[in-house]
Design a protein around this ligand. Structure first.
Ligand SMILES: [Zn+2]
Length: 797
């Protein structure tokens, strides 16, 4: 297993397994230093990261036996500047102090070149006075701050440095030749020192240390597997402290209410009296020590390749539990367009399980599965920021409408509608599907929860408060933010203040605001002004959904609208937009009556003159009379000896209970191109699995028509607008780029042939030129065929 991992660059490190003082297995795999390529030995000293903690508690135990301190002494007794009077030394060792994590305290207060050390950390704590997360002893919470303060107590009480104390009282009596406390001031490194590394382009490069590394206590002890085994065996003796003293270190700590925790002094208690352990992780390094104390068996695994895979596998093999080896897959011979907008480069991409692990000039490992990319473009899977593909998705889990155009993540909860996240998660668990899904929480849905059917009015303050509670809960569950559809009747009668109140809740949780604005035609400019104001008032990033100019006399004004958006950005409002590449929209025909006067012939005449072309606009859903489906409004008029305007009124009247859908031609190509080209717009489909052709072809249409045929922008820019930029606009992390550690959502397409084929008469025709689509490392689409790997996941904000 270790050889397998090592050959695939998933393990570089040393392993020792011992029983009753005898070494059963010891082996070193790989290199200690990526620059010198010096090989590892079992005496090589790794940064133990948090496995270091057990050494600091041992030093405190030694001080206690020397009569120099007691565990229940207040920390303030030794560190007068420490502001928390009720925290004791024991709280620190047991991880029950309630202090916040120092990484978080320091974040934002440091320059790139600052090195934090124990003194500056204490000073920072005194200056920022962060509140305790809970009162000391009330809860258990793992926190590195505890141990950095413990080290400061140690240095104060012993009147020496942690390293000197360590050498004198632990390393020297146990003859640990390659174990020491690392200090950033060290002029030279001990020859046994191991450097953290990672593999890039299949070659090792340095990945070692960080600016926090002036800190000791929580980590920064270096040691080898051989020394750690000596240490482990010494813990069965009284070489360092009396047995009863050490026994307390591997006994669960107690909370104020008497409840036992699973942690002693620097040890996790897996099974009391039987198994204790600790893991460690830091830049480049991953480590574990497991002691089966009832059998005197020990496993030690140290890794310096930024991998954490071997530790758990060794443990499971030793405990005779099932294991699953990670699988790697190489995609070679591709032009990588990584989603940042930077130029394409030739190379390959390696996937391990669901993640991208390497990019560049890669050659296959022995027995590795390989996809030949045939020189095509490999891009991050497209993220559809405005999707209705969730309608019917659970019955059609292959999601071919999305995957055939290279989409791997759909963002739903659009236009004010949404489904609770618990429901989505439960459905996805029951019916896994081939695309990832993320969701906004819809304002109309919130209104319906609180106001029921009574939606044609403003919400009261009490009702808004109830909506806030629900929204807050959904945000905690991973909602991307608030979505509205202010043009639709469930939200049209709410005002800006109502939206702002809710948007503030989303802003407080780092969420975003996305909106089908109040008018895309008559009151377009005012509606854009409204979303800008919402962004300003709620201090939230706002995105205009499917930006368009759906009114003939306003065609050509996209440049001035973009100036309006740019001006808002200059004033500090983070406003963006998404856009789909069609001159026709699809919705309920009711949106053709901006004044909601659905029986007014004059308004119908305004609609045919300004808002859509009845002769080319097709009714796609008409429950009372299925024969109308597929016919234009003008054709339906002729069937009834009516004008187009009368036909429109008829359609509204006859479907007021059942609803209906229309694909309406309404926009100008010049405006569409301008919006697609705007540097802050990303591509969306607004599509679903049927109806408008955008549901099957929006992304491939941009690549084929706007990029290849019209040369509107470089391919790299278009991909950026489908991936990296979109992830930013909706707040999705670790997707949208081809980057190490990112999820392996990928699409391989032929830039010379890629194009949409879906049309209004054949809206489900699959795209050409999309070769393969992977979602979370699994192939879900191959040359117009869905593959039954339902590897999509719910993506939380
Ligand atoms: Zn919409």
């Amino acid at each position: 297993m270790l050889t397998y991992l090592h050959q695939r660059q998933l393990f570089n490190g040393t392993v020792l397994i011992g029983e009753k003082g005898k070494v059963l297995y010891r082996k070193a795999f790989g290199i200690a230093n990526p620059q010198t390529l010096e090989p590892l030995t079992t005496n090589s000293a790794f940064n133990l990261a948090s496995v270091s903690k057990q050494f600091y508690t041992m030093m405190i135990m030694i001080l206690k036996e020397q009569g120099k301190l007691n565990y229940d002494d207040r920390v303030q007794k030794y560190l007068p500047s420490f502001l928390y009077p009720t925290i004791t030394v024991r709280h620190l060792m047991n991880q029950t102090s309630g202090l916040p994590e120092y990484f978080d305290i320091a974040a934002g207060d440091m320059n790139l070149f600052d090195t934090l050390n124990n003194q500056s950390m204490l000073a920072l704590l005194a200056a920022k006075k962060p509140a305790l997360i809970f009162q000391p002893g009330e809860q258990w919470q793992y926190c590195n701050t505890n141990y950095t303060i413990l080290a400061s107590v140690l240095e104060r009480v012993s009147a020496t440095t942690a390293d000197k104390f360590f050498q004198q009282h632990i390393a020297s009596p146990l003859k640990l030749r390659n174990t020491y406390v690392y200090q950033i001031q060290l002029k030279s490194y001990p020859p046994s020192r191991v450097f953290g590394l990672q593999f890039e382009n299949q070659k090792p490069i340095l990945n070692d240390l960080l600016r926090f590394d002036g800190i000791v206590g929580d980590g920064n002890v270096y040691s080898s597997v051989e020394d750690l085994y000596k240490w482990d065996q010494a813990l069965y003796t009284e070489k360092l402290v009396e047995k009863s003293t050490f026994q307390e270190a591997i006994t669960p700590g107690k909370l104020n209410n008497g409840e036992a925790t699973k942690y002693g002094f620097g040890w996790f208690i897996n099974e009391r009296g039987k198994i204790v352990s600790h893991t460690g992780g830091w830049v480049g390094f991953g480590s574990i020590i497991i002691r089966y104390i009832d059998k005197n068996q020990t496993i030690i695994v140290l890794d310096n390749s930024s991998n954490f895979r071997a530790q758990g596998l060794v443990k499971n093999i030793w405990e005779e539990k099932p294991i699953t080896l990670p699988t790697t897959h190489l995609i070679t011979n591709v032009k990588v367009i990584d989603g940042t907008g930077l130029p394409a480069f030739a190379g390959g991409v390696r996937i391990v399980n669901d993640r991208i692990i390497d990019i560049g000039e890669l050659t296959a490992f022995k027995n590795e599965s390989v996809t030949d990319g045939k020189g095509f473009v490999l891009a991050p899977g497209f993220i559809d920021s405005h999707s209705h593909h969730d309608w019917g998705l659970f019955e059609n889990p292959s999601a071919i409408a999305a995957t055939n155009q290279g989409v791997t993540t759909i963002v739903v909860g659009q236009d004010g509608g949404s489904v609770p996240i618990d429901t989505i998660r439960a459905r996805m668990k029951l019916n896994p599907m081939s695309v990832n899904l993320a969701t906004y929480t819809g304002q109309a849905w919130l209104r319906e929860q609180v106001m029921k059917d009574d939606l044609k009015r403003k919400a009261t303050a009490v009702e808004i408060d109830s909506m806030k509670v629900i929204l807050d809960r959904e945000l905690d569950k991973g909602s991307l933010g608030l979505g509205t559809g202010l043009e639709y009747e469930a939200a049209f009668y709410s005002n800006r203040d109502e939206v702002v109140e809710l948007a503030k809740v989303a802003a407080a949780k780092g969420g975003r605001y996305i909106s089908h604005i109040r008018s895309e035609d008559m009151n377009l400019e005012e509606s854009i002004a409204e979303i800008i104001e919402i962004g300003r008032a709620a201090k939230i990033a706002v995105q205009i959904s499917h930006i368009k100019i759906a009114m003939r006399s306003k065609w050509g004004s996209s440049a001035s609208i973009l100036r309006q958006l740019q001006q808002a950005r200059l004033e500090g409002v983070n406003i963006t937009a998404d856009v789909y590449p069609y001159a026709m929209w699809s919705s309920t025909p009711r949106v053709l009556f901006p004044k909601k006067d659905f029986e007014n012939l004059a308004s119908a005449e305004f609609a045919t003159r300004e808002l859509f072309d009845p002769a080319s606009s097709v009714v796609t859903r008409y429950p009372p009379n299925k024969t109308y489906e597929g016919k234009t409004v003008t054709e339906i008029g002729k069937l009834n000896n009516e004008t187009s305007e009368q036909a429109l009124l008829r359609i509204i009247r006859e479907t007021s209970d059942t609803g209906s859908s229309i694909v309406a031609t309404s926009m100008s190509e010049v405006d569409i191109s301008n919006f697609i080209d705007w540097e802050h717009s990303n591509i969306c489909s607004d599509g679903s699995i049927s109806g408008h052709p955008r549901g099957h072809g929006a992304f491939t249409r941009v690549l084929g028509k706007y990029v290849r045929e019209q040369n509107l922008m470089p391919l790299e820019t278009a991909v950026y607008k489908m991936t990296g930029l979109t992830a930013e606009h909706v707040g999705i992390k670790n997707r949208g780029l081809i980057a190490r550690g990112y999820y392996a959502d990928l699409v391989l397409f032929d830039p010379a042939t890629v194009v949409d084929n879906a049309t209004i008469t054949n809206p489900t025709a699959l795209s050409t030129g999309v070769e393969y689509v992977w979602v979370n490392g699994k192939l879900v689409y191959e040359q117009q065929v869905a593959r039954p790997n339902y590897s999509g996941r719910f993506i939380a904000r």
